[in-house]
Design a protein around this ligand. Structure first.
Ligand SMILES: Nc1nc2c(c(=O)[nH]1)N[C@H]1C(S)=C(S)[C@@H](COP(=O)(O)O)O[C@H]1N2
Ligand SMILES: [Mo]
Length: 371
């Protein structure tokens, strides 16, 4: 993957995501943009199932209904008024559960995401619990089902984009009805005018073009809850919907196949993140030569080395890391990075394979040449 920076006005740089499919539009964040603490809105990956609906702001409504005592409908102004004084702004890693699927072996079916179905953006909005509490949650409610304005056909059936959250997560103060991304109103393709943002969960939870929130008294079984975005083992056993983001890292420098000079220091850099409220505790880097034994016999660089971590910009943001490496011998090398989170979870050498390739968090790697 190469960064696709395109000039856009004097002195400014605009990004274009890398298209994966055109109908509906799906695109990855370009590598160059992943190096930044915050991903520019015009570079952030896009995952759409049915295309972009264009609800006019003036006609937009959000209905809170189902197992509630006083169903309510708000328009955009009412939502903003309800949230005044309670608005939150959070830097949040957004990662599609299918990110990295194309790197799995054998390759599972699904969109061919490599490394770029991820980004970190600053979302601002109104905590959802304010509306839920106003609607009065029935004592037997177990989940909220969130509905987007987009709909289409799935295996021949008409469906809306709907996804559920257990009550505790729906009502968490950081679960937002987001109206802004990186300080600007949400762009249409990222869910304008309002989307859900659930920090620390795979981004399928972050329902775009949100128009409904319905409390239910039994677990939801819609297609995006019970058929898609579910871990299914190779023997066909389902293991629940994707949830918290698994610990993962990304190498943003050097670039694949970059030529490095022997005896010259190269800073290996990247980002690391984990979900479910867990922080990144450690990132280690290793250089392997072609026989996979480390950077060479007797080389002091052999083995895993701790990278320096930069403090993340918030509890749900990703962590920048760096490790200075001075290659001593010419040849092809594989640079590896692995992150460990505050619960002690570490990236595996091989991610456990599952039928649709979700949650792939294999150790990050990039191949370089030392001359
Ligand atoms: N309404 C709606 N919301 C949606 C989707 C969708 O197709 N429709 N895709 C989901 C998935 S699978 C992902 S990974 C994220 C992607 O968010 P983004 O396009 O803003 O990066 O949106 C989620 N929310
Ligand atoms: Mo996704």
């Amino acid at each position: 993957m190469t960064a696709s920076a395109i000039p856009h006005g004097p002195g400014a740089t605009a990004w274009a995501p890398e298209t994966v499919t055109t109908e509906p539009y799906n695109a990855q964040t370009p590598m160059g943009a992943l190096a930044d603490p915050l991903t520019p809105a015009d570079a952030l990956f896009v995952r759409d199932h049915f295309g972009v609906p264009r609800p006019e702001l003036a006609r937009w409504r959000l209905c809170v209904e189902g197992a509630v005592t006083a169903p309510l409908t708000v328009d955009y102004e009412q939502l903003i008024a309800l949230g005044s004084g309670a608005r939150r702004e959070l830097d949040v890693v957004l990662e599609c559960a299918g990110n990295g699927r194309a790197l799995m072996n054998p390759r599972p079916p699904g969109l061919a995401w490599e490394r770029g179905a991820v980004g970190c953006a600053r979302f601002a909005g109104v905590p959802f619990h304010l509306l839920a509490e106003r609607a009065g949650i029935a004592p037997d409610a177990v989940e909220f089902v969130f509905t987007g304005a987009d709909e289409g056909s799935f295996r021949g059936r008409p469906v809306a984009f709907e996804r559920a959250l257990p009550l505790a997560e729906a009502l968490h103060p950081d679960t937002l009805l987001a109206t802004h991304l990186n300080g600007e109103p949400l762009p249409p393709r990222h869910g304008a005018p309002v989307r859900l943002v659930v920090p620390g969960r795979y981004a399928v939870a972050d329902v775009k073009w949100l128009v409904g929130a319905r409390a239910v008294t039994a677990p939801f079984t819609g297609v995006f809850q019970a058929e898609e975005y579910v871990y299914i083992a190779s023997d066909g056993t389902p293991d629940g919907p994707v949830g918290a983001i698994r610990v993962k890292s990304l190498i943003t420098a050097p670039e694949p196949d970059e030529d490095l000079r022997r005896g010259t220091e190269t800073v290996v850099r990247g980002r690391a993140w984990s979900g479910g409220g867990r922080a990144v505790g450690r990132v280690e880097v290793r250089a392997e030569d072609e026989d996979g034994t480390g950077a060479g016999d007797g080389d002091p660089d052999t083995g895993w080395h701790d990278a320096a971590l930069e403090p993340p910009t918030g509890p749900y943001a990703w962590t920048g890391w760096s490790y200075p490496w001075t290659p001593r011998r010419p040849g092809r090398y594989r640079l590896l990075a692995r992150a460990t989170d505050s619960h002690g979870a570490t990236q595996p050498d091989h991610a456990p394979w599952n039928a649709q390739g979700y949650g792939c968090n294999t150790v990050a790697s990039v191949e370089v040449v030392v001359v």
